[in-house]
Design a protein around this ligand. Structure first.
Ligand SMILES: Nc1ncnc2c1ncn2[C@@H]1O[C@H](COP(=O)(O)OP(=O)(O)OP(=O)(O)O)[C@@H](O)[C@H]1O
Ligand SMILES: [Mg+2]
Length: 228
């Protein structure tokens, strides 16, 4: 579903992602892990079209989307849940979800379906987004991405700063999302969280792939993570 071929991304002269290739099949999941500054968010932003590629290609369902603007990629089926969630803080939860409907593709996820998947969002639908707890805001951000019916869902550190029980609730929704054919690419700094969510991991170290594979031993991942 999603293929990256030798992707390079820079900020001016500063390379941040240096030759990353990966694949996530339809209904599959891949965890991208790495320390602070490894290039994880840069990679997700490049896939979403918020940063240009310096070189390489991004394919969605076989089609090259590398040159498309971000809003077109959403309509083609790429949804990003960004670091820090970026909700419209003065709007209600439901109004936040409604803002995404303009880019909605046909598919199983409508308001009713995401409310069923994420009851915490349903309970808070009339709350002002700025008044939500971290977990509620994160669940709302995921719901907002989901109502676009993405082929690829990009999750940037959804567990960061949340209580373990809330993280569990959020990750519990992934199987239902994947069962509709959506490919999930998730970014985590927390290796245990990442490996419990996905048997396939892709480790970045200073913008480069330091390790990639399935069911890798934890010590091997830790070495790749810290560059030992
Ligand atoms: N807007 C920017 N301008 C210049 N350099 C940037 C910018 N954003 C990120 N960088 C640099 O690019 C590199 C990768 O940053 P990125 O945010 O992708 O890392 P990350 O893996 O998401 O880290 P974190 O776990 O802290 O979120 C870092 O060296 C960072 O300092
Ligand atoms: Mg980041």
């Amino acid at each position: 579903m999603l293929t990256l071929e030798d992707v390079h991304v820079s900020y001016g002269q500063l390379p941040a992602v240096r030759g990353v290739s990966l694949e996530v099949p339809s209904g599959g999941v891949l965890a991208v892990i790495g320390a602070n500054g490894a290039g994880k968010s840069t990679l997700l932003k490049a896939i979403a079209g918020q940063l240009p590629l310096r070189s390489g290609r991004i394919l969605l369902d076989g089609a090259d989307i590398s040159g498309l603007p971000a809003h077109v990629r959403v309509r083609r089926g790429v949804a990003l849940v960004p670091e820090g969630r970026r909700l419209f803080k003065s709007l209600t939860v439901e109004e936040n979800l409604l803002t995404a409907l303009a880019s909605r593709r046909t598919g199983p996820w409508d308001l009713e379906a995401v409310y069923e998947l994420l009851p915490i969002v349903a309970e808070r639908r009339d709350r002002i987004a700025g008044d939500l707890s971290g977990g509620e805001a994160q669940a709302t951000a995921i719901a907002r991405a989901l109502v676009t019916n993405p082929l690829v869902l990009l999750l940037d550190e959804v567990s960061l700063g949340l209580a373990p029980v809330v993280v569990g609730q959020i990750y519990a929704g992934l199987p239902a999302i994947r069962s509709q054919g959506t490919a999930v690419l998730l970014v985590e700094q927390d290796v245990r969280q990442a490996t419990s969510a996905s048997p396939d991991v892709h480790c970045l170290l200073q913008g480069r792939t330091s390790l990639a594979g399935r069911d890798l031993p934890l010590d091997e991942i830790t070495d790749a993570y810290f560059g030992a």
